[in-house]
Design a binder for this molecule. Structure first.
Ligand code: GDP
Length: 490
């Protein structure tokens, strides 16, 4: 089924397609939506089963002087559902018509051609329905962004997160903060108007507003310290496979991509650059990077690759360090060491989010029980032993990875049951909340004991920062970018 949706004050002109008589069509032409609704006996929000008609020869134009109305011959082109949603109870908030026709491209073309010949009918711009919904206060900016994310979502965690944003859960929290701050502002302003000559009252009133403001500061701080959970869920978690050359990094990437986890896309870099694939691991969006082998080198180009690999490892949300089993040496005391690679051990020490796997276990006859390895007198726990080439223990690696991803995102009971909502899903939200916090802190500390009206300005700025996230205040430039990237017509 194709659904053709028409929004606007003249959308019921489409009702002309329900009649097969030139005179009736002419009559409808002179009517507004409400008159057409009566004339065609269309109930609001009711699915009418209707026949659709078109002129046999669409080149015959009613504007033509020599045109004889009675000469026109109409033919039925389809039958389907015709619905009318009277505004404001509609998606865009305007009057809307929906025609559910058969899902044929030729038929779609035919109906669109027929509609395009009606006055003031044109194709919607990308995202125009949603834009109108936003202008008519049906959705706020955060909800629109949530919808765009839902449409682009590829994994379960992305679906869950974008849905809660689209359904207004995040907006509700932000609106609550905004309301608290506006109330504090109103108190403070009332005080400026009436009591400004009494210093002790000033102190008391500001003391009261401070309580509200402190709570908002605490809540915002909590959101800002979410370790980028929302952004990671939206854009994908960066995981780099690191290790010496020939440890089996590319083999592991291929092996993981071939497992029953869906590859979404493949983004090749230059040969020495990091190569990445988008994967869906246990419902989480993952950007898995295969990096250049890390070793000391005099080759300038290779060195660039090595530096890039190290940079990836530092910036990644998680790392998987692959060690060739041949590089693991048993000591006399029974412990195991690996040849030191200074840079890797530095990363291991600085980034707790690194899983260590020994690869190529198929090369040894009997698998040794290695629980930890020593690098520069420091012990590191081994997370497992695999054979990337022979697909050995890869499921266990995936389990460990999933556990680590959950830990990294502070998810304990699975995403669905996790109570905390990440409001911040884009850098834009984070920047506005940071700015908001700065203003609130100036207001609440008022270290220089500035007059109330001056510190109130900080509160006002803080309110505006939140307003910009939900699109209540000056967000023109955000809208332009957002809607230009929206799916056509959504
Ligand atoms: P990278 O340089 O770390 O990306 O290593 P590659 O994935 O290119 O692998 C280097 C060599 O090790 C290749 O010849 C692979 O076939 C081999 N190799 C990778 N994984 C395994 C494994 O699990 N077992 C064995 N025996 N060889 C492997």
């Amino acid at each position: 089924v194709s659904i053709i949706r028409i929004s606007g004050s003249n959308c019921l002109q489409a009702g002309q397609m329900l009649v097969q008589n030139a005179q009736q069509r002419q009559l409808i032409k002179g009517m507004n939506n409400s008159q057409v609704q009566d004339y065609l006996n269309l109930k609001n929000r009711y699915a009418h089963f209707k026949k659709l008609y078109s002129l046999i020869d669409p080149t015959v134009s009613p504007q033509n002087q020599s045109f004889q109305k009675q000469d026109l011959i109409y033919q039925q082109i389809d039958q389907g559902i015709f619905m009318y949603f009277q505004g404001p109870k509609s998606y865009t908030g305007e009057d809307i018509v929906e025609m559910h026709i058969h899902g044929s491209r030729a038929l779609q073309k035919k109906v669109l051609l027929e509609l395009s010949q009606l006055n003031n009918f044109r194709l919607a711009d990308p995202g125009e329905f949603t834009k109108r919904a936003m202008i008519n206060n049906k959705l706020d900016l955060l909800e629109v962004e949530g919808l765009a994310d839902l449409l682009n979502s590829e994994t379960e965690s992305q679906r869950v997160q974008s849905t809660q944003q689209f359904l207004g859960k995040s907006s509700q929290i932000l609106e609550d903060w905004r309301f608290q701050l506006i109330r504090a502002l109103a108190h403070a302003e009332a005080f400026i108007d009436f009591e400004s000559d009494q210093d002790d009252v000033e102190f008391n009133i500001l003391g009261k507003t401070q309580e509200n403001v402190q709570q908002v500061i605490k809540d915002i701080n909590e959101q800002l310290s979410d370790r980028n959970r929302g952004e990671i869920l939206r854009d994908g978690m960066k995981i780099s496979i690191i290790g010496k050359p020939n440890a089996g990094k590319s083999t592991l990437l291929n092996c993981l991509a071939k497992k029953d986890i869906a590859i979404v896309s493949e983004i090749p870099g230059t040969t020495r650059d990091a190569l990445s694939v988008s994967l869906n691991i246990s419902g989480f969006p993952i950007l898995l990077y295969d990096t250049a082998g890390i070793r000391q080198t005099k080759d300038v180009i290779e060195e660039k690759g090595v530096n890039k690999a190290l940079q990836h490892a530092r910036e990644s949300d998680l790392n998987i360090w692959i060690i060739d089993i041949d590089d693991v040496i048993k000591q006399a005391d029974g412990s195991y060491i690996v040849q030191d690679i200074k840079e890797i051990s530095e990363i291991l020490e600085s980034n707790q989010n690194t899983l260590i796997f020994i690869n190529k276990i198929d090369k040894v006859n009997s698998q040794k029980e290695i629980t930890d390895i020593t690098i520069r007198d420091k012990k590191f726990k081994i997370d497992g032993q695999i054979s990337a080439q022979h697909n050995q223990n890869i499921n266990s690696l995936l389990d460990k990875l999933t556990k680590k991803i959950n830990e990294r995102l502070d998810i304990t009971d699975g995403i669905m049951s996790s109570g905390t909502i990440s409001i911040i899903t884009q850098t834009r939200h984070r920047l506005e909340l940071q700015k908001c916090l700065e203003h609130l802190e100036i207001f609440s500390r008022n270290k220089q004991n500035l007059p109330v009206d001056i510190v109130c300005e900080e509160l006002r700025q803080a309110v505006n920062c939140i307003g910009r996230i939900t699109g209540r205040v000056d967000v023109e430039e955000v809208l332009d970018v957002l809607f230009s990237e929206f799916c056509i017509g959504k």
